[in-house]
Design a protein around this ligand. Structure first.
Ligand code: AMP
Ligand code: MG
Length: 346
């Protein structure tokens, strides 16, 4: 059931459901989440079950403000304080050392916890109301079945889980791709998953250089500077965010070449690219849409676009590869995973 997210009646009902150990769909500025009381292991188990998510894939805990972080973690490096101070509320998740024995189910019983403070007005109000009744945070992974495309509207959530789920409608998500995840447990901030925030932006806010896992792999001197191993969370999978149709990431030249190729003509094709002269002369159906030229605009519509192509029943989705530059890292990461074939999700 989709309800207006800003109405106090809807929010009260959502809090009542969460208190009763039930799940609620909620908007955030990144994607829609499937939320439950992070401290209630039975409620959290319902998230894993409904999503079909393996229980060793820990969930991000959403909090109202940085004041709640101390409840979950009492070991925060200075750069984590700086990141929270500058970028919260916002699309940034921090991995922190966890206080012993807390939030077991949603952290997959690890010694670390992932925490984010979302900016969306509806999420903020919900978290504030929850806090007032003693709920310190909501575990909320994306509200989609495991491996599938994340939802960026309330209708997408309903398409995933049906009428019975209570979903707060907060409009289309502003960011459109999941949060940037920064590991703060190894002495230096390390990006585990790119999002819309750039490394440059993160480094300025952290007041120390923020590095990536790739930087670590490529530099032995960096490896010596970080503490211990990466958190033992089950990593992000190669195949994820996958629509039903096969996704191919192609250069403009490759698209042109394939479009003139005979065997393409029996395909029902979705094409997300810059305008191509060639399309006017194509003698077979192509559902074409122009890919936005900035990372922010592109991220905002990316998942909705993949879903829309699926809705049209296309066999393949061809996406013109964006630039391989840092500000496109989050989008390229999602597209690569959507285009990854030959895994359990296909
Ligand atoms: P999502 O799939 O968007 O729900 O994001 C969850 C991701 O955050 C996981 O795949 C991990 O990479 C990371 N994560 C979540 N919880 C933890 C945790 N307790 N410790 C370390 N990483 C975590
Ligand atoms: Mg997800």
């Amino acid at each position: 059931m989709i309800v207006p997210g800003k109405s106090m009646g809807s929010l009260d009902k959502a809090v009542e459901l969460i208190r009763a150990g039930e799940l609620v769909g909620l908007p955030t500025e990144t994607v829609y989440g499937l939320g439950a009381n992070a401290m209630d292991d039975q409620a959290v188990a319902k998230i894993y079950a409904l999503k079909g998510r393996p229980i060793d894939h820990p969930l991000i805990v959403h909090v109202y403000s940085k004041d709640e972080v101390g409840y979950f973690s009492n070991q925060l490096p200075t750069f984590a304080h700086h990141l929270m101070g500058s970028l919260w509320p916002g699309p940034l998740t921090l991995i922190l050392h966890k206080r012993e024995g807390i939030a077991r189910a949603c952290t997959a019983d690890l010694q670390t916890i992932a925490i984010r403070c979302p900016k969306h007005e509806v999420a903020q109000t919900l978290l504030k109301e929850c806090k007032q009744v003693g709920i310190w945070g909501l575990a909320a992974p994306s509200a989609n079945r495991f491996g599938r495309v994340s939802p960026t509207t309330a209708v997408h959530v309903q398409e995933e889980f049906g009428e019975s789920l209570f979903v707060l409608d907060g409009g289309a998500c502003e960011v459109g791709i999941e949060s940037t995840i920064v590991d703060c447990t190894r002495g230096r901030p390390i990006v585990l998953r790119p999002g819309i925030l750039t490394l440059e932006e993160l480094s300025i806010c952290a007041k120390v250089p923020v590095i990536t896992e790739r930087d670590l792999m490529e530099s032995s001197s960096l490896v010596e500077q970080v503490d211990s191993q990466a958190p033992q969370a089950s990593g992000t999978l190669d195949s994820h965010y996958a629509p039903r149709a096969l996704v191919r990431l192609l250069t403009q030249a490759q698209i042109k070449q394939r479009l003139t190729h005979e065997s393409t003509h029996s395909l029902k094709l979705g094409l997300w690219s810059q305008p191509l002269e060639l399309l006017k002369n194509a003698n077979f159906p192509i559902y074409w849409l122009e890919i936005p030229s900035t990372p922010k605009e592109c991220a905002k519509v990316l998942f909705a676009q993949l879903r829309a192509f699926d809705g049209l029943g296309v066999d393949e989705i061809w996406v013109q590869s964006p630039k391989n530059s840092p500000e496109w890292a989050g989008i390229n990461d999602r597209l690569l995973r959507a285009a990854h074939t030959g895994t359990e999700h296909r």
